[in-house]
Design a protein around this ligand. Sequence first.
Ligand code: BV8
Ligand code: ZN
Length: 244
Amino acid sequence: MGKQGPMRIHIDGDTYFLAMTGAGVSAESGIPTFRGEGGLWENHSFEKLASPEGFESDPALVWRFYSHRRRVARECRPNAGHHALAALERRLGERFLLVTQNVDGLHRDAGSERLVELHGNLFTSRCADCARAPFEDRAVFGNGAPRCEECGGRLRPHIVWFGERLNAEHFEQIEAFLGRARRGRLVFLAAGTSGVVFPAAGLVDVARQFGAETWLVNVDPPENAHRFEHFVQGRSGEELPRLL
Ligand code: BV8
Ligand code: ZN
């Protein structure tokens, strides 16, 4: 891991830029991170609530958890970090891709379009029991769990829970981008992530296999900091506009 990196990343006409964000990027918009507050909600572990087992055993509790997060997230606005990434996308076009672990939708609100929501989206639901397509859903549920209008089955948040596979199409999209990036110079930047959740935390290693110059922006050195050449310690809302 390099020393405090230079304050700007060299980005020019043949730079391909892959960014990955975690909860730290949304923290400055008022969305609590996962491991900051000990990862508990109403004394339930986050990993338990965000799991198929948790949903099986108490769907109403899981829907109360996600309804709480919908209430919090819908009052939040993108911050300068989100906007800096959206601006870079407008500048680089198809030479830019943003992969986020966040489910809060703030990158989309900031105008990001070349975006992969690796862990799903808080404001989308789907049916756990029929092949109905995932649909936008901003509703909150105080008690009880909503049923599917089409089959009467159980609705669930369209989110990747612990122990669930990620969407294979997302990996194909990332691999295709990395393949194209061989034509130029690849930069990989991760911001606001503790680097403990896989496979997202392994993306830096994949990028390095494709020859990426790697950067990490975080308020403190997380677990996988040593995997990055450049580490910029600071808040993403301040550092991203400066770096990009
Ligand atoms: C899979 C959706 C397998 C939910 C999320 C045992 C049993 C089961 C699975 C496992 C197991 N052991 C390991 C695993 C694998 C597991 C995993 O990695 N677990 C971890 C905990 C060890 N992974 C999975 O289960 C994945 N699936 O492996 O499937 C499989 C394979 C084949 C066939 C079948 C199955 C699924 C992972 C996806 C889980 N879903 N989210 C929801 O959100 O409700 S992950 C969840 O954590 C969030 O998405 C979050 O984004 C993500 C990562 O957290 P971070 O974003 O990094 O946030 P965190 O709070 O941790 O860190 C924030 C950082 O920002 C901190 O470092 C902080 O210092 C910094 N920061 C704070 N403020 C700022 C800042 N930095 C800059 N500026 C600031 N202002
Ligand atoms: Zn259904």
